[in-house]
Design a protein around this ligand. Structure first.
Ligand SMILES: Cc1cc2nc3c(=O)[nH]c(=O)nc-3n(C[C@H](O)[C@H](O)[C@H](O)COP(=O)(O)OP(=O)(O)OC[C@H]3O[C@@H](n4cnc5c(N)ncnc54)[C@H](O)[C@@H]3O)c2cc1C
Length: 422
């Protein structure tokens, strides 16, 4: 691998048939996550492909010429021409390998893949998930001198990282950008001594044997496992939803209702959460339009009656959202009348979607005890039904899912684990 300046890049490109270029920055967590992968792949593919690193801020002209807007950005070149994907953000090893393989003949790809060594490492505690619960636990564990590895398929921070502003986490007078709060928690865990393996692919989780496999070749064994994989909102999967996630479409009233003081909002859903959260949002908003797919609300009777008696709440029954887009500072919601098939547009300031949450447990196949919604049951020490397997945060069965409660669960689990390992 070679670190290079932009003035010699074109020459380098002319003298090497195959090149991969990493534009990185300092103080860039995804760049830090990429660096060891890039180095390891250079060891594997380096005889065939030239691996180059370039400091983006110091080589702005070339970065701009190549359309690079963020760090890290990986670009692939064959015969002097850019080929393959432009990879940015939390880059997975398999995505890099897919692009490298595409530049080589199949027989050589096989040889390289055959040369990949399987690695096994051991740790005292393995934390699955780098959200607030996992990071709080990692801080406590590492400070208690417990060998701790935190693993996450994404960059650290969990749901907090996708939150525009957090104003209810104690210790900050002004609202904090969610991204910074998540970043600071991760940095605190690192400084305490926890090892972070983020933006990795988790191929297998074996809770019985307390081991996982990451990036297809690395097995990590632990004495204790803490599951802090969080929960995800159920999405509507309609046009514009992903694009406006956190930027006009919210999934958390406690977090975001305050931003709609004297404004109009649309709520999607008509179950208990939607109706109860609409009562809370009604303290702020001037008007609420609730869009419900069924010809009736499915919330409990008492909640329904309160919602119907609230003059700010209008209920649109037998309607489904079909798309979201922005017009100036307004959100536009396309809704279909399921009886007449007519499409109408609602103009609003913001949208809340309450069609349920789901725990992130897809990779966990062992029969852990769960509640009727699939969340993990734990006792007061955050122990699951499997020995030496703990769980904390949004993934467990509980009433209130917030950053403070996730941090609290992670704290309890880590102190119990640290005591047991002593
Ligand atoms: C848009 C939004 C705004 C919010 N605003 C606020 C707010 O203002 N105040 C507040 O208190 N709360 C807020 N919340 C709720 C809060 O973010 C959550 O309660 C909190 O993040 C839960 O923390 P957690 O660590 O349990 O889970 P998460 O934050 O969900 O983190 C879980 C982590 O686990 C990782 N993961 C998933 N699967 C695996 C796997 N198989 N292996 C390893 N890792 C895995 C995920 O990538 C993620 O990084 C908000 C939530 C959302 C969605």
């Amino acid at each position: 691998m070679i670190e290079m300046k932009e003035d010699v890049f074109d020459k380098e490109l002319n003298s090497h048939e195959l090149v991969v270029l990493d534009f990185y920055s300092t103080e860039c967590p995804p760049c830090e996550a990429l660096a060891p992968k890039f180095e390891a792949l250079d060891n594997l593919y380096g005889d065939d492909i030239r691996f180059i690193k370039m400091f983006r801020q110091g080589n702005r002209e070339l970065a701009e010429r190549l359309g690079v807007r963020s760090s890290p950005t990986l670009l692939f070149f064959k015969g002097g021409k850019q080929v393959g994907d432009v990879l940015t953000g939390g880059i997975h090893r398999s995505d890099i390998m897919r692009n490298l393989d595409a530049m080589l003949p199949g027989s050589r790809v096989k040889e390289i893949h055959d040369a990949i060594e399987q690695k096994t490492s051991e740790t005292e505690t393995l934390v699955l998930g780098a959200g607030p619960a996992g990071l709080a636990a990692a801080i406590y564990l590492a400070q208690a001198k417990v060998d701790t590895v935190v693993v996450d398929p994404l960059l650290p921070g969990g749901q907090v990282s996708t939150t525009h502003q957090v104003s209810n986490y104690p210790g900050f007078i002004e609202p904090q950008p969610g991204f910074m709060l998540g970043h600071n928690m991760a940095e605190q865990a690192k400084v305490a001594g926890a090892q972070m393996k983020v933006a990795v692919e988790i191929n297998k989780v074996d809770l019985q044997n307390k081991e996982i496999m990451v990036d297809g070749h690395e097995t990590i064994r632990a004495r204790k496992i803490l599951i802090t994989t969080g929960a995800s909102p159920r999405y509507l999967n309609v046009e514009g939803e992903k694009e406006h996630y956190g930027k006009g479409i919210s999934y958390c009233a406690t977090c975001d209702a305050k931003y709609y003081h004297d404004k109009e909002v649309v709520i999607i859903g008509g179950g208990n959460t939607a109706v109860e959260e609409s009562e809370f949002i009604s303290k702020f908003a001037s008007k609420i339009t609730m869009v419900q797919q069924f010809p009736y609300l499915t919330a409990n009777r008492a909640a329904q009656e309160r919602a119907m008696a609230d003059p700010k709440i209008n209920i649109l029954l037998s309607h489904e959202p079909r798309g979201f887009y922005r017009q100036g500072d307004k959100m536009m919601v396309k809704v279909e009348n399921l009886d007449t098939k007519e499409i109408n547009e609602l103009v609003t300031d913001g949208v809340f979607v309450f069609v349920g949450m789901k725990p992130n447990l897809e990779l966990i196949t062992e029969p852990l005890e769960k509640d009727e919604w699939g969340y993990l049951k734990v006792n007061h020490e955050m122990r699951t039904s499997l020995p030496d397997v703990f769980a904390a945060g949004d993934v467990i069965s509980k009433q209130i899912r917030q950053i403070t409660t996730a941090v609290s669960d992670g704290t309890i689990a880590s102190i119990v684990i640290a005591r047991e390992l002593q």
